[in-house]
Design a protein around this ligand. Sequence first.
Ligand code: R5P
Length: 281
Amino acid sequence: MIVSGSASQSLAASLAAETGRALATVEVERFPDGELLASVPDFAGDEAVVVAATVSDAAHLELLQLQDAVREAGATTVTTVLPYMGYARQDKPFAAGHPVSARAMARAISTGADRVLVVNPHAAVTDFFDPPAVALDAAGRLAEPLPGDLVDPLFLAPDANARRIAEPVRDAYGAGAVDHFEKTRRSSTEVEIAPSDADVAGRDVVVVDDIVATGGTMSEAIAVLAERGVGRVFVGCVHPVLAAGARLKLARAGVEAVFGTDTVEGAVTAVSVAPTVAAAL
Ligand code: R5P
């Protein structure tokens, strides 16, 4: 049976349809003091696939409860699917005294899982888990919502690391070139983008990244493109986290459309990663 965290209900439903597995009824309540209580039905003799994007601290806590609840309810095995793994970007201490938050989260999740699947984690976090953990690549799915009439398309990564996202999108689209900018992060909200010599005049550009959080990276990249007479600019990301103000920032930068997957369910979710997850179950 598939068990959905509160933040992953659409993906869980798509995954149930994709795999033919039943979707468990999950109830989430709060005690008068604010403590959470997530409960599940009887699981005797069934496998549990817990699908929960850890988009908030509450979602993390809910996931830990769901893993424990399915075990209590008799699940034979627990596979945890992290469509979006929160804290994954903190994969090392950034300063003396800082935690490795990704490792701390992975250790907690490991206590209740027999196997973990993580969709496009930002960093190499799979080694932080105790049970076998696999990173799934759903980037190619971002080609689906793109219009079929892109003019001489360029799939642009805001930094070299994001080419691993841009290349599968270009491959799935079936046409176009890939290039990348160089990015220097000045703070959690400020980045500097150094352009490549890519000629973008009159071309449609799809800027592709794993995550859009504050929108700072994308808006800086779009500003550079605008100075060079770009055609239409589309933004695609696997995880549309879109922190407060990010969507407006992109609109002001002049983007034609923003789209993401259902790893983070929201206004710009345009395609599901369910087929990618189903293939790995
Ligand atoms: C960082 O290296 C990631 O790949 C993204 O570029 C970053 O997380 C985006 O964050 P923001 O939208 O806040 O610039």
